[in-house]
Design a protein around this ligand. Sequence first.
Ligand code: NAP
Length: 241
Amino acid sequence: MISLEGKVALITGASRGIGKAIATDLAKAGIRLALNSSTEKSIEETRRELVKLGAEILSCPGDLADSGTPEVLIDRVVGHFGGIDILINNAGVAIPKPIVETSIEEWDLHMAVNARAPFLLSRGAIPYLKKSDAATIINISSVVGYKGYINQGAYTASKHALMGITKVLAQEVHQDDIRVYTIAPGGVFTDMVSKMRPDLDTSELIKPKEISDIIMFILTHRGNAMIDQINVHRFSNTPWI
Ligand SMILES: NC(=O)c1ccc[n+]([C@@H]2O[C@H](COP(=O)([O-])OP(=O)(O)OC[C@H]3O[C@@H](n4cnc5c(N)ncnc54)[C@H](OP(=O)(O)O)[C@@H]3O)[C@@H](O)[C@H]2O)c1
């Protein structure tokens, strides 16, 4: 196990749900955090809670649907902390709709936030990650990163795109000892799942903290073993389906 004390992580979508759980665990490990969500207002509660834990936090609000935001975020993080060790591409949007009812604007929004922003943030962070001894990119994909669910066409396409970026990037930065992972969960108890899958029994949903536990395992076990992709499903779901 390695110590993460003093490392710098940029986490997108840290205002609630999975991103907030990840931010909380990383803060407890002594990692200095740059936290993004779409607005100053939405990130403020997480910032305040984590500062109370004694964490060093930089708020980095910015709309990831805007193609200029990732560069601004990287500049801000590096300007403040002097580098980046860990990038967690977690922010995501999902609008439940059949493909025939999906507008161009909705399609573009999914692609911009779920696929283009992780690409641009990774591209911007790599020069700094190359200088780190704990360089890690974690992309939060989804079960629809490798399967397809009805009424989730644009979301599914964007998560497949994210999976594609992950597979290629992991190879391209391998020689720089930058480790690139994807986590592909399904059915985590957040705002997103209540919108996408109101049919699910909430008592059976995965807790956001269970996803952040997996991330802490990845970050602290930097040995010769490498896990490229972690698929996480609800225990109540049939295994291997
Ligand atoms: N929940 C699940 O069952 C599940 C399953 C598989 C994968 N995932 C993935 O897990 C990740 C986190 O999802 P979640 O369930 O925690 O969702 P959530 O509770 O809806 O939170 C979404 C987060 O993304 C941020 N975000 C959304 N649009 C943004 C934008 N344009 N610019 C910047 N930030 C933006 C939100 O910030 P604001 O508060 O400012 O809106 C919020 O922090 C997503 O990538 C999602 O696709 C979730």
